[in-house]
Design a protein around this ligand. Structure first.
Ligand code: URA
Length: 209
């Protein structure tokens, strides 16, 4: 798989197993998604720019690295992307935040946009689009297309789970966008759900079913 990083730390694997279990409560599902997202952020942000700043410790004056450049932008695909966003914001609390509302047409599985609000000037900014499930890939492709029109400095996609079909769609449309995920599952079923997956991420996150 090109341009895909599977972040398969044992802690992530363990927490993902708990998330997959159908008896896991809404509260625990939400907490686990937040925890895994912090770990995914850690990996996805490995290459952020730093610059040296002169500081004084109690014992010496040194040049020490601090984050450089414009503030990062995190964009959640509604509604389940909010779960990943919450975790990533724990790592980068100063990030700017955007939301893209897309729903899947139940018949065609196409992504239909109903909301778009992102920080105004994305040029020179590192942008991360997040959604827990890269399933058909249609929502992710549409969201990234939309964001690309604002010419961000860099663009990445972070998800909890994906499957070969979603990655193929994503890679064909946006081969330049690196994908970070905790797992590449087996396949997509006829209803566009990831198998074995964890069910409907939005419903499990918000307790709507
Ligand atoms: N969206 C979900 O919430 N779950 C899937 O398995 C696929 C898409």
């Amino acid at each position: 798989m090109q341009n895909v990083t599977v972040v398969d730390h044992p802690f992530i694997k363990h927490k993902l197993t708990l998330m997959r279990k159908k008896q896991t409560s809404t509260a625990n599902f939400r907490l686990l998604l937040r925890e895994i997202s912090m770990l995914l952020a850690y990996e996805a942000l490995r290459d952020v720019k730093v610059k040296d700043e002169e500081i004084e410790t109690p014992l010496a004056t040194i040049q020490s690295p601090v984050l450089d450049g414009k503030k990062l932008v995190l964009i959640a695909i509604l509604r389940a992307g909010q779960g990943i966003l919450d975790g990533m914001l724990q790592i980068v609390p100063n990030a700017r935040v955007g939301h893209i509302g897309l729903y899947r047409d139940p018949k065609t599985l196409d992504a239909i946009e109903y909301f778009y609000k992102v920080p105004q000037d994305l040029s020179d900014r590192d942008v991360i689009v997040c959604d827990p499930m890269l399933a058909t890939g249609n929502s992710a492709v549409a969201a990234i297309e939309r964001v690309k029109a604002s010419k961000p400095g860099s663009l990445k996609f972070v998800c909890l789970l994906t499957c070969p079909e979603g990655l193929k769609t994503m890679h064909e449309a946006h081969p330049d966008v690196p994908v970070y995920t905790a797992s590449i599952d087996e396949r997509l079923n006829d209803h566009g759900y990831i198998i074995p997956g964890l069910g409907d991420a939005g419903d499990r996150l918000f307790g709507t079913r």
